[in-house]
Design a protein around this ligand. Structure first.
Ligand SMILES: C[S@@+](CC[C@H](N)C(=O)[O-])C[C@H]1O[C@@H](n2cnc3c(N)ncnc32)[C@H](O)[C@@H]1O
Length: 204
């Protein structure tokens, strides 16, 4: 079963920042990696699913004209809203994937959120991703690899499903003992130029 809002509300009731995203070097470095691989300097419409307290959101805000951040937990939404108050282009909403269908966007960020979905919900979301991402849009997925007993899936299983189910070329894949990161561009799989940052700048 996918984990529901109640699971996360309980975490936010006992900790202000349950994963220490504001303070951990591990998280800061991962956010640097995440934003560094995004192939476009700027995006029109962006969406982050599962924004927690809004730390990654704040970094993504600098790359998007308009950024929507979703979280299933009302407490997380309140904390992210406060964190992002100085970013006029950012809207934080309470919404759960895949129950709320993804809107059409140029940048979709799924960071540390998909292992909370069971395989059926992940497949439903995958179907939404394929239609929601605009042509030439970017999908970034980043996940912790170590098993967590309460989570329906591991990060490795999530990325295996994404790699098998997305018909797009990858801009980047980054693998560490602790995390997997994959970044795709919504283009035909054989279109190597679409996934090349250098090609976008006419370097080849
Ligand atoms: C580990 S935090 C990830 C925060 C941020 N994306 C990052 O990478 O730093 C996961 C967040 O996802 C939210 N979440 C879990 N399942 C969700 C779902 N199905 N839809 C929307 N948000 C979800 C949780 O409430 C939690 O705040």
């Amino acid at each position: 079963m996918s984990l529901d809002a109640g699971f996360f509300d309980e975490m936010y009731a006992v900790a202000d920042d349950p994963w220490s995203m504001r303070t951990r070097w591990y998280e800061r470095r991962k956010y640097d990696l995440s934003t560094a691989v995004l192939p476009r300097r700027r995006y029109g419409d962006g969406l982050e699913v599962g924004c927690s307290v809004g730390e990654l959101t704040a970094r993504l805000a600098g790359r998007c004209d308009r950024l929507t951040a979703w979280d299933t937990s009302a407490t997380a939404v309140a904390r992210a809203t406060a964190r992002l108050a100085g970013h006029p282009g950012v809207r934080v909403e309470q919404a759960s994937a895949p129950a709320t269908p993804l809107p059409s966007v140029d940048l979709l960020v799924l960071s540390e959120v998909l292992y909370y979905l069971d395989p059926g919900d992940l497949q439903t979301l995958l179907g939404q991703v394929r239609t929601a991402l605009r042509p030439d849009g970017t999908l970034l997925a980043v996940h912790w690899r170590h098993p967590v007993p309460e989570y329906p899936q591991t990060g490795d299983a999530v990325h295996e499903t994404l790699r098998a189910g997305l018909p797009w070329p990858r801009v980047a894949t980054h693998e560490e003992p602790d995390l997997l990161l994959d970044c795709w561009v919504a283009a035909p799989a054989a279109d190597v130029r679409a996934a090349s940052v250098a090609a976008a700048e006419q370097l080849w």
